[in-house]
Design a protein around this ligand. Sequence first.
Ligand SMILES: NC(=O)c1ccc[n+]([C@@H]2O[C@H](COP(=O)([O-])OP(=O)(O)OC[C@H]3O[C@@H](n4cnc5c(N)ncnc54)[C@H](O)[C@@H]3O)[C@@H](O)[C@H]2O)c1
Length: 353
Amino acid sequence: MKKLKVGIIGTGGISHAHMDGYKALPELVDVVACCDIDGEKVKKYAEKFSVPHYYTDCAEMMKNEELDCVSVCTWNSAHKECTITALNGGANVICEKPMAMNAAEAEEMLEAANKNGKLLQVGFVRRFGKDAEIVQKFAKEGVTGDIYYAKAQYLRRDGCPGGWFKDKAFSGGGPLIDLGVHVIDLTRYLAGDPKPVSAFGVTFDNLGPNRASGGQMVWNVDGNDKHPYTVEDFAGALVKFENGFTLQVETSFNLNIRRDVGDVYLFGTKAGVKISGNVELYSDIAGSYVDIMPAGNTGFDFSKAFNAEIKGFIDAVNGVEPCRASGEDGVWLMKIIDAIYESARTGKSVDIK
Ligand SMILES: NC(=O)c1ccc[n+]([C@@H]2O[C@H](COP(=O)([O-])OP(=O)(O)OC[C@H]3O[C@@H](n4cnc5c(N)ncnc54)[C@H](O)[C@@H]3O)[C@@H](O)[C@H]2O)c1
């Protein structure tokens, strides 16, 4: 099998997880180029990881290099432009979540992939966790029965990443588009990727940065606190799917709650499952209620899941495995996010088409 040439666009925090994933596949890929609009940052990254060529303009990178695969790891507002540039330049792309700022942008990206006959995978890393793998098998093999309801909470007491994440012009929104996408996609995936039909949502911005920490961002992702806090700090929604499956989701950057929560429950006709920490299954066997825990560590492991995601991308490009998180899935997620924001704005339920 031919070794694939890889480029990485955006050399901030998450690009390190992509790089680790590629470095774990030395017989399949070489990372030959990287790009960031911050010249100092990309130079350091290239030196650290021994990447032979670095750029500050992704169009130039695509012109000079013959790349088979590109990771797009920029802030959200640059996903569309960088992804389309990479696809038009002949590469297959894995673009970080959220796929784009909104569904219209996501559709343009998918169109570019189809036009060029290239793969566009979305960085829904939760699809690659051990927990998701176990629960998906439970669902596929009939253990859960029909999954008809899910409840997902991704709540942080004081967990805005800061920097561009809190600036709507760069992020497209707050915890809903940043954290909510992970658990909305995870539950949709485990329920068999049904088509969403409507959403009713609310958003609040009561707390924002005015927290006990005195407005200091706990993480301040890019060291740049000049960005204004223009996103919601909490979002809640009810999303309905065409097969009747319904999801209740709650997500926050700031919330008056004792501790952070990351709980996902799926309820089926034969069993319910919890996916947070280790997987748990609740059922009714031979007249007894049973609580079952698969043996061993079945929780979500960030670096293992990232390595599996990058391996999945390369396997999909090589035609070894089907793509597990397609551009189509990314578009559906952006349609759900758009509908929740629209519903929060109008106070009405919004149809998704
Ligand atoms: N899958 C996950 O669990 C996960 C976790 C964290 C972040 N993310 C996603 O990854 C993306 C990046 O987040 P991050 O935390 O690494 O942010 P970051 O700020 O650390 O890095 C983003 C980088 O993109 C660069 N950039 C912006 N526009 C560019 C352009 N046009 N061309 C080249 N470079 C450009 C910036 O200079 C910056 O260095 C976001 O979409 C975020 O939602 C995903």
